[in-house]
Design a protein around this ligand. Structure first.
Ligand code: PXL
Length: 273
């Protein structure tokens, strides 16, 4: 059994964060574990405003000890870290246990969670974690933060950002244009390995219910790497996985809706919806 750890926030609504990661790991047939960095909640009486409750340094260290030392991991991903302690602990454990397959999802945006929009924390993530990562998976906003480029809106600008981010020590940069890249008829992401660019594209789905899409795609890449896929194959498969998941997306309420990581399985079992 391949063992995979996510170091991430819990999304009490279940669509993003470690909940999305564990659902995705299950679909890939790998054994999922989670170290909780923050608990994110949403207020149903106040426009779904987010609140973030960090776990203590002691509680996070104990979880990492359980997973890295007590169980052993084949691959690791990190999502919302939410504190300098969480960044430092993630770096410490990745170094101590020299995990080769580490996917860094540099979560910096989450509507309403001001704590996540902390520039100093974003720099710590870049400085301490990019050099340890096999793959980093920024969306356009996060690519702007990591590269210093403003208003990325073309594939050429995505490529330029990828080259800048690559120089910070990560092995592969996967920038998600997705449905956010303007003037496209396909959902376009790019992968850069320091030499070669791959355009990773699939059907453009114009759903409003995309909560957790970033978490899901980085979890899918991590699970693919845990199973021994080379990075390019893991990324191509993850792109198919997220597209199928978003094809099955649905509303939780008037504010938010997730994709469906089990969507591909329902299609197989019950025919397309
Ligand atoms: O989608 C970003 C994200 C990541 N992690 C957690 C979240 C969110 C957004 O809500 O709650 C825990």
């Amino acid at each position: 059994m391949f063992k995979v750890l996510t170091i991430a926030g819990s999304d009490a609504s279940g669509g993003a964060g470690l909940e999305a990661d564990l659902k995705t790991f299950e679909e890939y047939g790998v054994y999922g574990m989670a170290a909780v960095t923050v608990i994110a909640t949403m207020d149903p009486d106040n426009t779904w405003a987010h609140a973030v409750f960090p776990t203590t340094e002691t509680a996070l260290r104990a979880q990492l000890e359980t997973a890295f030392k007590g169980v052993g991991v084949n691959a690791v991903k990190s999502g919302m870290l939410g504190s300098f302690d969480a960044v430092a602990l993630t770096a410490e454990y990745l170094r101590t246990y020299s995990v080769p397959a580490y996917v860094l999802d540099p979560v910096m945006v989450c509507k309403g969670a001001k704590e996540a929009l902390n520039p100093a924390l974003n720099s710590a993530i870049a400085d301490e974690l990019l050099p340890l990562a096999q793959v980093v998976t920024p969306n356009l906003f996060e690519a702007e933060q990591l590269s210093g480029l403003a208003d990325i809106s073309t594939i050429d600008q995505m490529k330029e950002a990828a080259q800048i981010i690559f120089k910070k020590g990560v092995q592969y940069v996967f920038i998600k244009g997705g449905a956010k890249l303007p003037h496209q008829t396909r959902a376009i992401d790019i992968l850069f390995d320091g030499t070669q660019f791959d355009i990773v594209e699939d059907e453009l789905l114009r759903s409003s219910w995309t909560h957790g899409a970033g978490c899901t795609v980085s979890a899918a890449i991590t699970a693919g790497l845990a199973r021994g896929l080379p990075v390019r194959e893991a990324v191509f498969l993850a792109k198919k996985f997220i597209t199928t998941s978003l094809r099955g997306s649905f509303a939780l309420n008037q504010w938010v809706g997730p994709g469906n990581p089990s969507g591909w399985r329902n299609d197989t079992l019950f025919g397309s919806r």
